[in-house]
Design a protein around this ligand. Structure first.
Ligand SMILES: NC(=O)C1=CN([C@@H]2O[C@H](COP(=O)(O)OP(=O)(O)OC[C@H]3O[C@@H](n4cnc5c(N)ncnc54)[C@H](O)[C@@H]3O)[C@@H](O)[C@H]2O)C=CC1
Ligand SMILES: O=C(O)CCC(=O)C(=O)O
Length: 317
């Protein structure tokens, strides 16, 4: 029997790749379905980040596959139900990068309200404009956190240190847990109406797609700034663009988009939008942790041991 075959379909930290030395490792461009399907033909394990879509077709192309290991949190790019039917373990690294996402979120809040990006652009273009870029202090303003899970809680704790009031919408979280994070649970409509900042920390599911749409944005204050470091599509981008165009909200800070790469997004045309290319997890520390956890999951699955981070149960093979 040869070495188990492990396909690496997205860029992973070197520290993680070092843990695959005793396997037959093949790299492929996971965003290209043809290349992915060809690489999966005799693969025992697949390592991915957010750039690779593991759908029913990809699973059908992988008859030997035993595990899909996601070096990160979101599993919206993996058809977990189809994997379970096919007897393939799906595992993620649920805490690996949440601190990095929370820190980027705080950065986007400040960048947005203090006009850091347009002020930088103006200065580089020879314009010393101070009055145009007057901002607002965070202290005393209200932030609405949509989704009070791992990232949402870290964001709440950090923004509380700026003396902000924290309200949160999450029907699955008990009041006591919200209170421990310094947040008051409210309904989504109340959150939209009360907040100067609304920050989204939900998984992308059929239930959350379009959760913040035209109706919700119409409840917002004209001073509201919307931050999304979770997933594109949870905020309806066309409704967001209309709200920005009509100046019904003050701005948005976006790390994620409905379609990525989002180089052609019409949202990029607005000075009131700060945008980053899905960088929430892009720190050295988060990538080391995510990659190492995903590799540990692969090693466990290929040796028939229990897989930490497995999100489904499949019969042992
Ligand atoms: N920008 C980036 O690079 C990254 C983005 N993410 C995204 O952030 C998301 C959140 O991450 P975590 O906080 O770790 O997840 P989590 O699972 O800890 O928290 C999600 C929260 O959303 C709540 N929720 C689920 N459905 C809801 C609904 N319909 N309405 C209101 N609340 C709902 C859950 O109760 C839970 O508390 C991930 O699913 C992922 O898509 C995660 C890591 C990196
Ligand atoms: O670096 C990545 O793969 C993106 C991280 C992410 O979006 C996640 O972990 O859910």
């Amino acid at each position: 029997m040869g070495k188990p075959k492990v396909v690496v379909a997205d860029p992973l930290a070197e520290s993680a790749l070092a843990g695959l030395g005793d396997y037959d490792v093949r790299h492929c461009a996971g965003k290209d379905p043809e290349a992915l399907h060809a690489a999966l033909r005799d693969a025992d394990a697949l390592l991915i980040r957010s750039g690779t879509r593991v759908d029913r077709e990809a699973l059908a192309a992988a008859p030997e596959l035993r595990i899909v290991a996601r070096a990160g949190v979101g599993l919206d790019n993996v058809d977990v139900a189809a994997a379970t039917e096919a007897g393939v373990i799906v595992a993620n690294a649920p805490l690996s990068n949440v601190l990095s996402v929370a820190e980027l979120t705080v950065g986007l809040v400040i960048a947005s309200v203090r006009h850091i990006v347009p002020a930088n652009t103006a200065l580089r273009n020879g314009r010393w404009e101070r009055a145009a870029f007057t901002g607002t202090e965070l202290a005393g303003s209200t932030v609405g956190i949509v989704g009070l899970g791992h990232v949402g809680t870290l964001v709440a704790e950090r923004l509380a240190a700026f003396d902000m009031r924290i309200v949160a919408y999450d029907p699955y979280v008990p009041q006591a847990r919200a209170a421990a994070a310094g947040a008051q649970l409210v309904g989504l409509d109340e959150l939209m109406a009360r907040s100067e900042f609304v920050t989204v920390h939900l998984p992308r599911t059929p239930e959350t797609l379009g959760l913040i749409g035209e109706r919700e944005l119409r409840l917002a204050r004209p001073t509201m700034r919307l931050i999304n470091t979770a997933r594109g599509g949870i905020v309806d981008e066309s409704a967001l663009e209309t709200a920005l165009k009509e100046q019904r909200i003050a701005g948005a800070a976006l790390d994620v988009f409905e379609v990525e790469p989002a180089v052609d997004s019409p949202l990029l045309a607005y000075d009131t939008v700060v945008a980053t290319p899905h960088l929430g997890a892009s720190t050295a520390q988060a990538q080391d942790r995510a990659g190492l956890e995903a590799v540990a999951a692969v090693r466990a699955a290929l040796s028939g041991e229990p897989v930490a981070g497995a999100v489904n149960r499949v019969p042992a093979r």
